[in-house]
Design a binder for this molecule. Structure first.
Ligand code: TXA
Ligand code: MG
Length: 311
């Protein structure tokens, strides 16, 4: 059920988390399906509801940077990034330091943990009120488009989730940028809401993009078929066919436009909503998406639509 994210509903949600249930909540990127990082049974519920393979680990969401040093091995570079870009759409992969058995499941048995601090008041209030790190993947069935509204969550997961906190559409609209920080060379495992160029400029060093080998992803969730809409989807389309529902970018005629002015931030915020609309309309049985520049947030957008078009 959808509940407005009022202060009293956030407290109710925190009680659900503490009593071992799951709750869907907004972040700046996408809606998450959360459980207590200390409760293995609750974490198991997430995998079950999402139909997610248990080899695919989950991100721990924190509201206080002290949790980071408690759970993970950090260094100066990690802490500098956290200070600069948290709260925000940036997730670290770090070596684990905790011995919390519930997190074994969240981390899919890996010796590495992923952590982020979301930039959303409701998410931060919920984490603080729960008093635990909240382990959360995106609040959708595995291998479907991520949810950027409470209605998307309801549509995908239905009544399996006792409480969906609604705070309107997510402002960033694509998932967080995942950085593997466990080696000297920083590797972007998933392009996301924080552009790599911004990170490079801040650190004065280049980051590497993981090659995305679909059969051997370095981040288990990066299988190529991951964000698949219901209809066959073509990307980089300049001249759509009559039977294609056309999602445009920049000044052009199309069925829906990610950003008529060609703004990548606006396009990222609109991407999943428009893909949801494209796959629920019944007039055209195929989807075509216009070319998107592959820089800044365009990299995350292109990554998601490439997966959507994967056959
Ligand atoms: O923006 C986001 O990151 C959203 C919001 C809810 O925070 N969360 C999200 O979670 O996108 P999810 O589970 O849909 O994607 C997390 C990705 C998966 O591809 C997973 O394989 C990877 O992060 N991941 C998580 N922990 C990992 C770890 N320890 N090592 C490698 N990859 C990890
Ligand atoms: Mg996901």
């Amino acid at each position: 059920m959808i509940y407005k994210a009022t202060q009293s509903n956030i407290l109710k949600a925190a009680q659900l988390i503490q009593s071992g249930d799951v709750v869907a909540f907004p972040t700046e990127t996408v809606y998450g399906l959360g459980a207590s990082g200390y409760d293995a049974k609750a974490i198991a519920k997430i995998f079950d509801i999402k139909n997610r393979p248990t080899f695919n680990p989950l991100i721990s969401h924190i509201a206080d940077i002290d949790f980071l040093t408690e759970y993970a091995q950090t260094d100066e570079r990690v802490l500098a990034l956290a200070k600069q870009f948290w709260p925000g759409p940036m997730t670290f992969i770090l070596n684990r330091k905790d011995n919390n058995p519930a997190l074994d499941l969240a981390c899919a048995g890996l010796s590495k943990i992923s952590v982020r601090m979301p930039k959303h008041k409701v998410a931060l209030d919920l984490i603080k009120a729960s008093g635990v790190p909240i382990v959360a993947p995106s609040a959708n069935k595995s291998q479907t488009i991520s949810p950027t509204t409470a209605e998307h969550v309801q549509k995908s997961l239905g009544d399996a989730v006792p409480m969906i906190l609604d705070a309107g559409p997510c402002t960033v609209g694509v998932e967080s940028t995942i950085l593997d920080m466990t080696h000297h060379q920083i590797v972007v495992l998933r392009a996301g809401g924080l552009a790599a160029e911004v990170i490079e400029e801040f650190l004065g060093e280049k980051v590497l993009f993981s090659d995305g080998n679909p059969n051997k992803p370095s981040s288990p969730g990066q299988l190529l078929k991951h964000y698949a809409p219901r209809y066959e989807t073509q990307i980089n389309v300049r001249h759509p066919q009559a039977d294609e529902f056309y999602i445009g970018f920049g000044k052009m005629s199309c069925d829906l436009n990610l950003s008529p002015s060609g703004d990548l931030q606006e396009a990222a915020a609109n991407l999943f909503s428009m893909m949801h609309l494209a796959e629920t309309q019944k007039i055209k049985k195929k989807i075509a998406i216009a070319p998107i520049p592959n820089k800044g947030l365009g990299r995350a957008i292109n990554d998601r639509i490439k997966r959507a078009s994967y056959k």
